[in-house]
Design a protein around this ligand. Structure first.
Ligand code: TXA
Ligand code: MG
Length: 346
């Protein structure tokens, strides 16, 4: 492995952040933990550094990156005027698992925004992330730590395999608390519009601003040439190599029955099941993703579970869907994309 591994998962002393901050300023790639998923960070104000991120991930250059900040004072350097609704969102959800799309200044290199007039900004709440940004003294551009198209990295063991030879540092902060990426919002005509659902839910936003919209592309496949508010919506994402199907029913008996019907025709299969149902399936393998009654647990485990499935060499992965209420919306968005829109509701 090329990367220097730094383990901060149990404790850390602050001197390490000088080295990491300097590394970012000197154009290095640093994988670091956040409360959502791990990011591959680089100096967000330097074009050459940011280009390395796209190379490491194999990411298309028309899919822009989020700038991570540690202080709202930085907003005046990278964004233009901020509206009243945007201010409310910033006050309520920074720091945290929330990304806001804002009009950008020329200080932000085109390579960060893929030439868009806007820039995505997020202030993570994770202490290690915040300290690295503070010591870097520049905003850190960072996408999720995974090869493009794969599930996002939430544990360092997965990331080392995939990116260990492509980055300069891997900072281990343990398993990410939330496990799925931040909620991405753009305010359109004064209405906060969710472009990617996450831990900050539409109900949370409604409570703060009194209005909210969910972009229809969250559950609909988009045409490659279609104009979308967020380029990330267009790309294959979160999908294992093995074929996946997702099944959902609000009635648990129906759900189990339907999955067992599919298993009958596909014995060499694996079911990703909620804890309550693991003993009910006849598939060759069953993986437990967490309790039906605890969406936080499912969210935390979902990507690490999806990453395991290819090693079982099965013909089909069948995934239990969850409610679309609250955090369930974000989980279902990721699952539907992991299945490449191959899902059944019954
Ligand atoms: O939780 C997160 O957001 C993680 C951690 C590392 O902070 N980051 C992350 O980044 O998920 P990434 O690059 O994997 O996803 C960023 C999403 C993409 O779908 C991208 O298209 C969208 O945000 N995006 C970035 N800039 C945008 C812009 N100016 N307008 C619309 N969408 C934008
Ligand atoms: Mg990503």
């Amino acid at each position: 492995m090329k990367a220097k591994y730094i383990n901060l998962s149990t404790n850390f002393d602050d001197s390490i952040f000088d080295e990491l901050g300097l590394a970012i300023r000197n154009g290095k790639l640093v994988v670091f933990p956040t409360e959502t998923v791990y990011g591959i960070g680089a100096n967000g104000l330097d074009e050459t550094s940011v280009k390395k991120i796209y190379e490491a991930k194999g990411r298309s250059s028309d899919n822009p990156l989020i700038l991570h900040i540690s202080n709202t004072n930085t907003l005046s350097e990278i964004t233009k005027s901020i509206s009243c609704v945007e201010k409310k969102l910033i006050n309520a959800f920074f720091p945290g698992p929330f990304t806001l799309i804002l009009e950008r200044t020329p200080t932000v290199p085109n390579v960060v925004t893929s030439n868009l007039e806007t820039v995505a900004v997020r202030m993570p709440s994770n202490e290690i992330a915040r300290k690295i940004i503070e010591h870097a003294k520049v905003p850190i551009a960072a996408p999720s730590a995974n090869i493009s198209g794969k599930p996002s990295g939430t544990e360092v063991c997965d990331i080392i395999d995939e990116l260990g030879d492509k980055v300069d540092y891997i900072v281990d902060g343990g398993k990410c608390d939330i496990g799925i990426e931040s909620t991405v919002v753009r305010v359109v005509d004064d209405i906060p519009t969710i472009l990617r659902p996450g831990k900050i839910t539409k109900e949370d936003i409604l409570n703060v601003v009194g209005k909210v919209k969910v972009d229809r592309h969250i559950f609909e496949k988009c045409d490659f040439n279609e104009a979308v508010l967020s380029p990330g919506m267009k790309y294959r994402h979160y999908a294992p190599n093995t074929k996946c199907i997702m099944v959902y029913s609000s009635e648990n008996n129906k759900l189990v029955q339907k999955i067992n019907d599919i298993v009958k025709d596909n014995f060499n299969s694996l079911v990703i099941s909620t804890t309550e149902n693991i003993s009910k399936y006849n598939a060759k393998y069953v993986l437990d993703v967490g309790s039906k009654n605890n969406l936080n647990e499912i969210s935390k485990n979902i990507f690490s579970t999806l990453r395991k499935v290819d090693s079982y060499n099965v013909d089909l992965v069948i995934i239990e869907g969850v409610t679309r209420e609250g955090l369930g919306l974000a989980i279902m968005n990721r699952l539907i994309r992991a299945c490449e829109y191959n899902y059944i509701e019954c």
